[in-house]
Design a binder for this molecule. Sequence first.
Ligand SMILES: [Zn+2]
Length: 271
Amino acid sequence: MPELPEVETVVTGLKPQVVGKKIVGFKDSGKNLRYALPDFALLLQSPILDVTRRAKYLLFHFENGQTLIWHLGMTGQFHVLPTNQAEAKHEHVTLTFQDDTSLRYRDTRRFGYAGICATDGLSKHIWLSKLGVEPLTADFNAKHLQLMLKNKKISIKQAIMDNAVVVGVGNIYASESLFRAGILPTTASQTLSLQKLKKLNHNIKDVLIQAIKAGGSTISDFVKADGKPGYFSHSFQVYGRDGKACLVCKKPIQRIVQNGRASFFCTKCQS
Ligand SMILES: [Zn+2]
């Protein structure tokens, strides 16, 4: 499943390929994604001003005051291809531009979804209104974590994966940042000192920035906007490494299931 770094990579890849272009036509496969598709006619003939990201949503901002919101679900991919290039398998939406290129949305499992909203009403949109702070902004700091966690009776791993606390910290990056911060994923979140939270906050940012720099991971059949796979997975220190030697102390990495999701950690390096 694409996590925040992958979505950021897709945004970065798409931006130079779509900004300034106008949609002149659209078609879909007739199959719904997770929800019914929006009316793409609302976007016709209006230039794309920018592509941004909020949590794991891609936001295409149009000059006419509309924003196309897109979530990639489990297996969503975007490609910008020549309009005359034949449709690929599982291509569910084609947005045709004025310059003989088109934006194709491919999604084998069809868990992705899209919507259109007035740009000035985005913060109130049902998909976006309850989202917490972005992890790579100054608003996400140790004090914020302390405030959000002080009354929570959940594990720290569950807490940092809660979108109301901070958005975009998925299962992989939660395990990785907790390892780097030396905190067991099962630790009760409200018991962590401000100093520990500082370390965790720093490591969450660091792990995400490194992943973005590396172009996102290859955990699923995710592909970057330019069609090349990302390559962060080689540098996971604990995720998916159960039974293998800890890269720091050589003790075998442990795996447990928390809230239905696998957690990986080292009992010597994390406490
Ligand atoms: Zn270790």
